[in-house]
Structures are given as C-alpha cells and as structure tokens.
Design a protein around this ligand. Structure first.
Ligand code: NAD
Length: 539
C-alpha cells in the first residue's frame, strides 16, 4: 500500500474587527439585515426542506421580543422518514471516494472563511448572543479548523496500516459504521453543532442531526453551507422538535450505530441509559461519544502572578456570560495575595459593559434563554441568603429586554459551598481563600469537590509546584492549563474533552474522535496459500 499524502491543516487566522475595518462593516451590515428580517427554518430530509405547520419562534436572547424567524417541529413520521432516507443513502455515501468527501468539507471550510463568514458570525451574535470576538472564534475560526483538521486526521488514520507478513499483504480498511450516527448538539457553539455531524460524515457515515432549539438559527446556515459545498442530499438530515420524541425513535432503531453528543451531563446519562435498555434491538454495539458538563477550576499557587491570575479569572469566568463548558467557576486563592488579587478582580469586573452584541463596547451580552436565566438567578439568590458567603460584585439580573445577568463574584468560607460544586453555566464565579501553607492539601480538595473533570488551570511561577499539581490533579481535568484560563481550546493545538461526569474524553478536534466513527476491516491476502495441513514440528 502506498502512503497517501497527509493534508497539512493550519489554523484560520482570527480577524480583529477593529473600528473602520472592512470585516467589521460587513458584520454590522449583515447583523442589521438579519436582525430586521425573518427566516423560516425547515427540517431537512434528503433533498426536501419541509416547513411544518407547527413552528416555534426564534428569539435573540438579548432582545427576546424581536422575532427573527421560526423553526419547524418534526412529527414522529418526519423522524422515521429522515432515518429511512439516511439508510437509503448510506452505501452511496460510504462508497464515495474519500478524496471527494474531503473536498466537500474543505470547500465548506472555504465558504465559511469567505462568503459565509459575516453571515454565520452575525447569526451567532443574534441567535446565541455572542459578542463579535466570541462569535468569530467559534462560528468562523473553530468551525473552519474542525473541518480542515479533520481532513488532516483522516489522511493520518488511513495511513495507519499493519505490516505485511511473509507471503501476505495486510490492509486496514476504515469502513464507516454500518448504520447511522445520531448527533445531538448544544446551544453554545455553532462550531460544535457543525462538527458533530461533519466529523462522522467525513468518515463516510450518514447522520441524523438534532441541534439545540437555541442554535437553530446558525444550524440552518450550516446546512446551507454543506449543500453549497456539494454534500449530497440525505447524508446529514436535520430534525428539530421534541428532543425526547426524536431521541426515542432514533435510539430504538436497529440501524442506530452511534451517538455523538455534546450537552449537559443529565441528558447524556439519560440517553446512555436508553441505549443500554435497547441494546438487544441493535445490530451493532453503538459508539457512544459524549462531552458534557464541567465545574472548572483555577488554582492560584502562592507564587501566582496577580495580573495573570486576575485576567484568567475574569476572562475564564465571564466570556460568553460563563456559558462555556470550560468556564472558570471555582477559584482557589492563597491568603497572602488574596487582598490584592480579589481587589483587582472586583475592580476590573466593574468596568465590564453588558448589552447587545451589536454594540462592540460590550464584553458581555445576555444568557441564552428564560430557564437558564431563572436557574442562574436561583443560584445568586441562594448565595444572597447564605451565611457562608458574600457577594463582592454583581448579583442583579433583569429579563425585561433580554436575559441579562450581571457578572457576579461570590466569596465563600466553605470550599464545599453549593456554587463551588455545581455547574451553573452562567456569569457567576466563586472564590475561596486558603492558607498558603496548606496548598498541597488543597489540591486534594480541588480534586474531590465536584463530580466533573473537564478543565482546570494552575497558576504558578514555581516549576516544582506545577509538576506536583500535574500529578495530584491527574484525573481532575481532561484539559489542564498552566498559567492561563481554563477555556479557549484551539483545534489542532488543544484537543478538547473531559472525563468523570464530564464525558467520554474522546477529544473533539483530534484523530481520537474520528476513530470512533469507523469500523476498521482487516483484509489479509495470502499470495501462496499452504496446501497441506501438517506443521514442520510434526515431521
Ligand atoms: P442540553 O443538555 O440542555 O441540550 C443538549 C442537547 O440535548 C440539545 O440538542 C437538546 O435539545 C437535547 N436534549 C435536551 N433534553 C433532552 C432529552 N430529554 N432527550 C434528548 N435530548 C435532549 O445542553 P445545552 O444547554 O444546550 O448546553 C449546555 C451544556 O452542554 C452544559 O452542561 C455544558 O457544560 C455542556 N457542553 C459541554 C461541552 C464539552 O465539550 N464538554 C461543550 C459545550 C457544552
């Protein structure tokens, strides 16, 4: 077997959107056009785009009275039709030469990089209330990187071949899974929505995509891009509607071969249980890949630098309103620097502006929807009523125009306080001050405080302490950052995923993830087969 040329991907440069720049003007114009018009999002089955009678409104979280569109609600029949259509198309797609599959997704990356960049970025600002920078690094750069780097990983995987034996040549054929893959995706990253379907489809699978109700606006743009890039109809079918109904049908189907999930831990556990209960219905043992919640920490060692720590805390906790699975939400601060560091965090947080994403002065905008707003508010109220903490900044929330929650800093005297343990998924960070001398024992507490193990950061100028923490916190985080915030993973540089209650750690944005979407077949050819059965030792 000749080796195939490995595609060398490079990270998409992040645009600056400075005042007066062309990219900024483009996004502003596109945002205003989209914000003041309406789009009806269909469900996609094969070549058909079906607008159902039953619809729901699409509402920007920062201005929830301005309807920017509707999305369709699939019936049970639609879901069954979508799956049957995928199965009909399965062989054609998995037999499509890999070079062609790669070309399609590389073209999609180019469309995202140029023609659709302003559209998907503005769509992410409107539909998910990201500021321009957060929208750019997600919907443009990370999405493009996923598509290009996955092509690179595919070529690496296909090159991984066994050695030949005497008189034998051996080959691993990286077949797609035999049935269909079910992709269930969260609201908070346009790139994750696209990648969870595209990664499996690139490897030759057909995919049923159920995006979050709160990412539908950009899910439609993603489908438009895939189509324009040449993805055949019925390779990715998109259905929206009741998530339990859709999942129950998909997970009862004998041809269900894999779940590609990102979202909350409770939903993932529920889906896993259903798969377990249905196991005898399936032809395959399904692949289950899930990246779920987090309770991500920053640990400041006594040698930690104040400015670097404060920046990591503020960016880590409040970017995208704390709605990243990797958001820093429990912070451990040594007593010796606590006054200075906490003061700096509070004073800088006071300068944060919050409002609509189209006002580029705003660092923060609204949280995603009413139930998220209520959940976050309930944690803030709990803190307000507790004797074990005080609120150093923030604590207010207002949903009259959009779902706005002030960046909130809680200082607790109990390292097991509720907001140190549970995922809040909002702009709320809890600080705990420890005695410098006990920093090593504190690491045990960091490790045991939460069920999650997604990301964590250790800030220190002392190399020995870093080595110690790496060992002590070995299983506390799937992504461990030294001297930085625990969020902001870049495809190709920091493959992403956590363990324990945070997921299966299959590392999105790496070869490891793509390996879950293939079922390798070994083909061994013997050139001169033996012609009698006895072995030499029998002579
Ligand atoms: P969510 O769990 O509410 O929704 C995720 C998906 O599951 C959506 O498509 C939703 O419609 C679907 N869903 C909801 N209830 C369902 C049910 N009963 N049956 C079947 N499907 C159901 O999560 P979200 O609010 O969209 O996203 C936030 C969560 O995702 C957070 O917990 C966050 O930590 C996690 N997340 C994790 C990562 C990671 O890489 N680890 C990345 C992004 C988000």
């Amino acid at each position: 077997m000749n080796k195939i040329k490995v595609y060398q991907a490079e990270n998409e440069p992040v645009l600056g959107y400075k005042k007066g720049s062309k990219e900024r003007q483009n996004v502003e114009k596109t945002y205003n056009q989209m914000f003041n018009s309406k789009v009806d999002v269909p469900i996609y089955i094969g070549g058909k785009e079906i607008l159902t009678e039953s619809r729901k409104d699409i509402l920007p979280p920062h201005d929830h009275k301005n309807i920017v569109g509707t999305f369709s609600q699939a019936s049970e029949k639609h879901v069954n039709d979508a799956i049957n259509n995928l199965i009909e198309n399965k062989n054609d797609w998995s037999n499509t030469p890999w070079e062609r599959r790669c070309e399609i997704f590389l073209k999609a990356a180019d469309l995202l990089s140029k023609k659709y960049r302003a559209i998907i970025t503005a769509g992410t600002m409107i539909g998910q209330s990201k500021n321009i920078f957060q929208a750019e690094i997600d919907a443009a750069c990370e999405f493009i990187d996923f598509l290009r780097f996955n092509v690179s990983y595919l070529t690496e995987i296909y090159n991984e071949q066994p050695i030949d034996g005497p008189g034998k040549s051996n080959h691993l054929e990286y077949r797609a899974l035999e049935g269909f893959v079910y992709a269930v995706t969260p609201f908070n990253f346009t790139a994750i929505g696209g990648n969870l379907c595209a990664s499996a489809a690139l490897m030759g699978n057909v995919v049923l995509w159920k995006p979050s109700d709160n990412q539908i606006y950009t899910a439609k743009i993603t489908m438009d891009i895939f189509k324009e890039a040449g993805l055949p109809d019925g390779v990715i079918n998109l259905v929206t509607g009741d998530p339990e109904m859709i999942s129950d049908i998909a997970l009862r189907h004998p041809e269900f071969s894999g779940l590609h999930f990102t979202g909350s831990t409770s939903v993932f556990r529920d889906l896993w249980k259903k798969i377990g209960n249905n196991i005898s219905l399936y032809r395959d043992y399904p692949r289950i890949v899930g990246e779920t919640g987090g309770k991500d920490f920053i640990f400041c060692h006594p040698s930690a630098e104040i400015d670097a720590s404060a920046t990591a805390i503020i960016r880590g906790a409040f970017e995208f309103q704390g709605q990243k699975c990797s958001a820093a939400s429990r912070i451990y601060i040594p007593e010796s620097i606590s006054n200075e560091l906490i003061n700096k965090v509070v004073e800088e947080t006071k300068t944060i502006k919050m409002g609509s994403p189209i006002d580029f002065n705003n660092f923060m905008t609204a949280v995603i929807h009413e139930s998220a707003f209520n959940r976050i508010a309930s944690y803030i109220d709990y803190a307000k009523n507790s004797k074990e903490c005080k609120i150093l900044h923030g604590g207010n929330y207002d949903d009259s125009i959009g779902y706005f929650v002030e960046p909130t800093i809680i200082l607790t005297t109990n390292h097991q306080f509720k907001t140190m343990q549970e995922e809040i998924f909002g702009p709320v960070v809890t600080l705990y001050v420890y005695d410098d001398a006990s920093w090593k024992e504190m690491l045990d507490i960091v490790d045991k405080t939460s069920d999650y193990a997604l990301t964590g950061a250790f800030i220190s100028k002392n190399e020995d302490s870093i080595e110690y923490a790496l060992e002590k916190l070995k299983y506390s985080a799937g992504n461990f950052y030294v001297n930085d915030k625990p969020s902001g993973a870049v495809v190709g540089q920091q493959p992403f995923g956590g363990c324990r209650a945070s997921g299966t750690d299959d590392k999105a944005g790496s070869k490891l993830n793509l390996l879950r979407w293939v079922s390798p077949r070994l083909v061994s050819r013997t050139h001169s087969p033996p012609t009698n059965y006895p072995y030499e030792y029998m002579d």
